[in-house]
Design a binder for this molecule. Structure first.
Ligand SMILES: Nc1ncnc2c1ncn2[C@@H]1O[C@H](COP(=O)(O)OP(=O)(O)OP(=O)(O)O)[C@@H](O)[C@H]1O
Ligand SMILES: [Mg+2]
Length: 385
């Protein structure tokens, strides 16, 4: 999103600033191959104490601005001094919830006109003064003749009318990304204060899409289930088209288990992690409501995009990600709820891992997907230069 410096070395450091943890992955690119060099993560959000188990609404709120900033800095300092990464230039991501992504239709125009038009249009999509945010944008689709032709195949009755309407009216789609200047600067200051350099900063969803979908041109819905939030990302023909973030994540499941079984947060957390097939067991009624909130939003996201889209939309697969996707049976739940084939993402594809740690690392599943996607951005930039 915002590239500040050019990468020189062939070692790349991805830092995923989540809402409840920081995750770091260092990748080495050598002889056309990508190797895992180093990784680590730290959870900085305090879990509620034992006594809170029956009153889980009083979870310590460390998202309050100053607290979060301090937590981030202390946690990252501890993590980096333990990891001792070789690279000191950071490819970072901030939580999707910190920014805003909007898909805007424009008539065909050249770059200069578009730059002007965006400055003019952006305020309709961004609820704060424009001088308080950094903006970036990209044309993500142009309606070509053959595409309008394709559309008319689906809409034979109105063939002529549709083709005409699409050619004249909505000719290109632009993905607008905005993030608050003060937050962007906070992340940069934090990295600099630890004697590292911020090379690039993006919203986490871009890194997820890079590590889980890559250059594949199919239609995918990534559902990144984090601790307190879930990021739903629709990727169509290699570009993010729409995203939604909801305030429900894996912790919602823990909370439901803890309060209905009357056990502590810690016990509920380990119960949830260990119980095989938990979603389809007799405990299912505890967990399903939280998952239904996520699948309901996923369905609305697809419908919304279909409604907005100028051509046919096909979602080939649901890709689950984030720590929340490690819940046993969750892929089966989503494939049934959405009636779309579902798999747990594999961000490790094409990455060479030392034999001694391979099993352990792969067991983390998609937890490191964002951090991997960030370091991969370094590799992509490096290949291009
Ligand atoms: N083995 C497991 N089984 C079930 N749930 C798990 C497992 N491991 C982690 N989780 C859940 O995953 C969630 C944390 O996910 P993740 O690490 O992706 O969050 P995060 O990246 O810190 O948050 P965010 O992306 O919202 O900023 C927690 O709710 C945790 O309980
Ligand atoms: Mg995350």
């Amino acid at each position: 999103m915002w590239n500040l410096f050019k990468a020189k070395s062939n070692v790349f450091l991805g830092v995923d600033f989540g809402t409840s943890s920081i995750k770091v992955v260092e990748l080495l690119y050598d002889n056309d191959r990508t190797h895992l060099k180093n990784y680590g993560w730290i959870d900085f959000k305090k879990q509620p104490k034992k006594d809170d188990a029956n009153n889980l609404n009083i979870v310590l709120d460390t998202t309050e601005k100053n607290n979060r900033q301090m937590n981030l800095k202390n946690s990252l300092a501890v993590l980096l001094s333990a990891m001792k990464p070789e690279s000191h230039s950071v490819y970072a991501a901030m939580p999707g919830i910190s920014g805003l992504v909007a898909l805007i239709d424009f008539p065909q125009m050249d770059k200069k006109e578009l730059d002007k038009a965006i400055q003019y249009e952006a305020h309709k999509y961004i609820p704060v003064p424009l001088d308080e945010v950094y903006l970036s944008w990209d044309v993500v689709s142009r309606i070509k003749d053959e595409e309008t032709g394709l559309l008319s195949l689906y809409n034979q009755k109105n063939e002529r009318k549709d083709t005409k309407k699409n050619k004249n009216k909505k000719a290109m789609q632009v993905l607008l990304v905005a993030a608050p200047k003060d937050e962007v600067e906070n992340y940069e200051n934090l990295i600099t204060s630890l004697n590292f350099k911020m090379t690039s900063l993006e919203l986490s969803m871009f890194a997820s899409a890079r590590s889980l979908v890559g250059d594949d041109l199919g239609g995918y819905l990534i559902i990144d289930i984090g601790a307190d939030t879930t990021d739903i990302i629709l990727v169509d023909r290699g570009v993010i088209k729409i995203n939604r973030i909801i305030d429900v994540g894996g912790n919602e499941v823990t909370k439901a288990v803890a309060s209905s079984m009357n056990i502590s947060w810690q016990r509920a957390e380990s119960f949830k992690r260990q119980k095989r097939g938990i979603i389809f067991s007799q405990n299912s009624q505890l967990i399903i409501p939280a998952l239904d909130l996520i699948s309901g939003e996923a369905i609305r996201t697809i419908e919304n995009y279909r409604h907005k889209s100028l051509t046919d939309v096909r979602i080939d697969k649901i890709i689950l990600s984030g720590g929340g996707s490690r819940l046993s049976g969750i892929d089966k739940y989503f494939s049934q709820a959405l009636n779309i084939s579902t798999e747990i993402g594999n961000p490790w594809k094409g990455i060479v891992i030392d034999k001694n740690i391979e099993k352990k690392v792969k067991n983390y599943g998609t937890s490191l997907a964002v951090a991997i996607g960030l370091a991969e951005k370094g590799i992509k930039d490096f290949q291009r230069n």
